[in-house]
Design a protein around this ligand. Structure first.
Ligand code: HEC
Ligand code: HEC
Length: 289
């Protein structure tokens, strides 16, 4: 090995030069090739990236289109009364005793309807500890019965019905297309999340189809909300189906590198390329001492 590394090359100089040019051209072609489809980078104006200016928190949720399926939650005077008690104890300090909101602290909950309440409580995002922090997914603090009570109480102040999604009615290819277009810029193409909008974007490994539908229509935190003209019910069903599929992706390209996306893939490619270059340099090079 030592001798191989230090001996003079026996290949004629002209041949070595030709080989070097061919290899260099090949390397440039490989490095310049477009990366695999769907791995859009994020950034304002980029498809799937954060749209400029529409990220104000607490946008009102988009209503389902007429005829779209909706999710109904239990409702009764007793449930509303229980919800009132829970609300006063757990939510009113930020959202106000009559849901009117507190300027600079938390938005009004009048007219948000059932969807956002179900989303924020079933994903454990509310109640927040600090009004300034990003709501994060956590184990739900309330039982399903208590969540239903809070939904019944808050939804009694009006708001659109909650959306829903049925992955069985969706189309996987359409789901990939819509997800790449609207979601992948932030959530990454196989929904592993990231840090794309200066805030942590969650992976979607735990979200249920119901929570996907609610998130799409309400747009939690800096996420935009999408109306039925951008994402109709069939698109929504398809996105939900695709999100479920991403949990067990088929890695047709081979080694997935944990599905982390283009940056780690690029680093691995660079290391492999570097090793190859050292070997090539040795093959065509000549020691000058
Ligand atoms: C601008 C970036 C951005 C885009 C685009 C975006 N999201 Fe999000 N999404 C977020 C952020 C940030 C959160 C976390 C919100 C929070 O903390 O309350 C989130 C949360 C979610 C959640 C809740 C995850 C969980 O497990 O709790 C779901 C589901 C979701 N997004 C689905 C989607 C879908 C589907 C699309 C495309 C239609 C989409 N998002 C587009 C940024 C984005
Ligand atoms: C420490 C203060 C705080 C507490 C306590 C709290 N929230 Fe919130 N809540 C917030 C803030 C801040 C936001 C805005 C977050 C955002 O931008 O996504 C919010 C947003 C929401 C939203 C979304 C509103 C919209 O217009 O999109 C719902 C629904 C909600 N909270 C329900 C509740 C419920 C129900 C409780 C009680 C179980 C609760 N919150 C307790 C601070 C709080």
């Amino acid at each position: 090995m030592r001798r191989w590394l230090t001996r003079r090359s026996r290949i004629p100089a002209v041949l070595r030069l030709t080989l070097a040019v061919i290899l260099a051209a090949g390397a440039v072609a490989v490095l310049a090739a477009p990366s695999s489809e769907g791995q859009t980078s994020s950034g304002a104006g980029v498809p799937g990236g954060p749209p400029a200016g529409v990220n104000a928190p607490s946008k009102s949720p988009e209503p389902p289109a007429p005829g779209d399926p909706v999710k109904t939650f239990p409702d009764s005077p007793a449930l509303r009364a229980q919800g009132y008690t829970l609300y006063q104890a757990g939510c009113s300090s930020c959202h106000g005793i009559a849901l009117q909101g507190t300027p600079g602290v938390a938005p009004s909950l009048r007219g948000v309807g059932a969807g956002p309440v179900d989303f924020y409580l079933s994903t454990g995002r509310m109640p927040l500890e600090q009004p300034r922090e990003e709501p994060q997914r956590a184990p739900a603090l309330y039982t399903r019965g208590q969540i239903d009570a809070l939904i019944a109480y808050v939804a009694s102040f009006g708001g659109p019905p909650a959306p829903t999604a049925d992955p069985a009615k969706g189309n996987l290819a359409l789901g990939l297309h819509e997800f790449t277009l609207h979601c992948a810029g932030c959530h990454q193409v196989v929904a592993r999340g990231g840090l794309t909008v200066n805030v942590p974007v969650p992976d979607l490994l735990a979200a249920t189809p119901q929570q996907v539908a609610e998130a799409v229509r309400m747009g939690p935190y800096v996420m935009p909300h999408f109306g039925t003209r951008q994402i109709d019910q069939h698109d929504l069903d398809s996105i939900a189906r695709y999100v479920l599929w991403t949990r067990h992706p088929v890695n047709a390209g081979g080694w997935a590198i944990y599905n982390l996306g283009p940056i780690p893939e690029g680093i691995v490619a660079w290391f492999m390329g570097l090793a190859a270059l050292v070997i090539v340099a040795r093959l065509i090079g000549e020691r000058l001492a």
